[in-house]
Design a protein around this ligand. Structure first.
Ligand SMILES: *[C@@H]1O[C@H](CO)[C@@H](O)[C@H](O)[C@H]1NC(C)=O
Ligand SMILES: *[C@@H]1O[C@H](CO)[C@@H](O)[C@H](O)[C@H]1NC(C)=O
Length: 469
């Protein structure tokens, strides 16, 4: 072994300490802790080398990836304890086995992210390139997965397959181990798309010439663990996971993503990963339109299983869509806006308990609830009649903002989540008529809801209307 080679081996050997069992949950916080430990034990490795080492440990390499990121040289061998290699493999390697999705982690904001597209985006961003082009950023993070999913969809019976999604539920939100999909899996699950959007956003960020990324773990922690303070989302930095969709929206258009998809397709064909006998045209336009609707126009909605809802009691009544009204409420109690997934979930459970046990209703009354953490929480949802606006529950969706808004109003971003994103999602998805009307609860029922200050505010919103007799 010559001296130079020996030096290379020395550089790339990672020393990994013992971990206690509780590190092995499928939570982003645990993954970040593992990365941080690897970094501190290997101070000579930069973020790019750490990323490549992780990818190698998980065996993530295809001709398509190599085309952009080059070969994973044999000399970059990671020496890991076998238990840690297992952990890295299981947390990075994306697979769907029946209805279980692996290679995904729960993040502090309550969303679920596939790690591979995130880390590939970061690796593309860290490769020395000529900014502002970042070769491989979109294909590695997102468009290859979209392409594969659209291809598969066009080759199967449309009624038995879906083009995008679904999301899913964790077995335990505090100690996540198993993620179960809530429907038939496409090749572009919600977690792959979340990880892909984060990969694009963060990969682009670290590619900027004036950015010096110190460690991977510090970047991930800043992005996934930002705690909102009383200024809420309006006072938050731009690059946080809670703002994933609005940040991604700023980077892409339908036309730019279409170009990226076409490029991924021709590379995929050239590398012969695609069976040429399948000459079928890919329905990219339809797929992209659905992608934009589901992941860019619609806000992310935290499903009932994630806030640990109790089941519906009794038999729900199906709504007849599209509806014509959106009724705005405040919760009054809890009186403080919730600023984290944990707090908002706690509030949702408290309201459900109150509505079910004290009021004797079947379920939490609202169709949806807006937290101030950047997310809409699913109450009765789009299809089941709520108990929010007495006498009008079959005519409109009831959306409540957590907090007491007698003398103050929700943050701009929280209001935007409902008045623009949720409303657009509803009209484009055929759940609300396009000329729907917004009413405050007090216009129909004798109540102070949604609070004096908030009611004055919504009077200025587009679609607000006086009650017609
Ligand atoms: C989830 O895991 C935590 C920590 O292990 C445990 O205390 C809790 O009881 C679990 N919750 C459920 C619903 O199983
Ligand atoms: C909405 O549009 C429909 C069909 O164009 C029309 O019949 C209805 O009166 C409109 N509703 C309102 C509130 O303007």
């Amino acid at each position: 072994m010559d001296l130079q080679y020996r030096w290379m081996v020395f550089l790339y050997v990672l020393v990994v300490p013992c971990f206690t069992e509780d590190i092995y949950t499928k939570h982003m916080d645990n993954f970040i802790n593992v990365v941080e430990t690897i970094e501190s034990e290997n101070p000579s490795l930069g973020p790019l080398a750490v990323l490549r080492g992780l990818r190698k440990a998980a065996g993530i390499n295809t001709p398509f990836i190599q085309h952009y990121l080059g070969p994973l040289g044999d000399k970059q061998s990671l020496v890991l304890k076998s238990t840690l290699t297992e952990y890295i493999y299981s947390i990075l390697k994306h697979q769907v086995v029946q209805d279980l999705e692996k290679g995904v982690v729960l993040t502090a904001d309550g969303t679920t992210v596939a790690l591979t597209p995130l880390l590939l985006g970061l690796e593309a961003g860290l490769k020395p390139t000529s900014w502002p082009r970042v070769p491989g950023l979109y294909p590695l993070s997102l468009t290859k997965n979209l392409l594969l999913s659209f291809l598969q969809h066009s080759q199967t019976e449309p009624s038995t397959s879906s083009r995008l999604g679904p999301g899913g539920c964790w077995d335990n939100v505090t100690d996540p181990q198993v993620f179960t999909l809530s429907g038939v899996a496409s090749l572009a699950t919600d977690a792959l798309i979340n990880g892909g959007m984060d990969g694009v956003i963060l990969g682009r960020h670290v590619a900027k010439p004036n950015k010096r990324l110190v460690t991977l773990s510090s970047l991930l922690r800043q992005y996934y663990n930002y705690q909102l303070d009383s200024a809420g989302l309006d006072g938050a930095p731009a690059l946080i996971s809670q703002l994933r969709r609005s940040n991604f929206r700023k980077l892409v258009s339908l036309a730019s993503l279409k170009k990226q998809l076409a490029r991924s397709l021709s590379l995929y064909r050239k590398l012969d990963e695609y069976q040429k006998k399948n000459k079928q045209e890919v329905e990219m336009d339809e797929g992209l339109k659905e992608f934009f609707h589901r992941y860019i126009d619609c806000p992310a909605i935290i499903p009932r299983c994630m806030w640990e809802a109790q089941p519906y009691r009794g038999t729900p009544t199906l709504l007849s869509l599209p509806l014509s009204f959106l009724y705005i409420h405040h919760t009054y109690e809890p009186s403080q806006p919730c600023l984290s997934f944990q707090q908002c979930s706690l509030d949702m459970r408290a309201m459900q308990r109150f509505h079910q046990d004290d009021r004797g209703w079947d379920d939490i009354g609202y169709s949806f609830v807006a937290g101030s953490d950047g997310y809409v929480y699913e109450g009765r949802g789009w299809h089941w009649q709520g108990a929010h606006t007495k006498g009008y529950n079959s005519k409109g969706f009831g959306v409540s903002f957590i907090g007491d808004y007698m003398s103050s109003i929700p943050s701009q971003r929280t209001m935007d989540l409902v008045r623009n994103q949720l409303a657009k999602c509803a009209t484009e998805g055929g759940r609300l008529v396009s000329n729907f009307t917004i009413h405050g609860h007090r216009q129909l029922v004798s109540t102070s809801c949604p609070g004096d200050a908030f009611y004055s505010e919504i009077k200025g919103w587009e679609h607000f209307g006086e009650v017609k007799q």
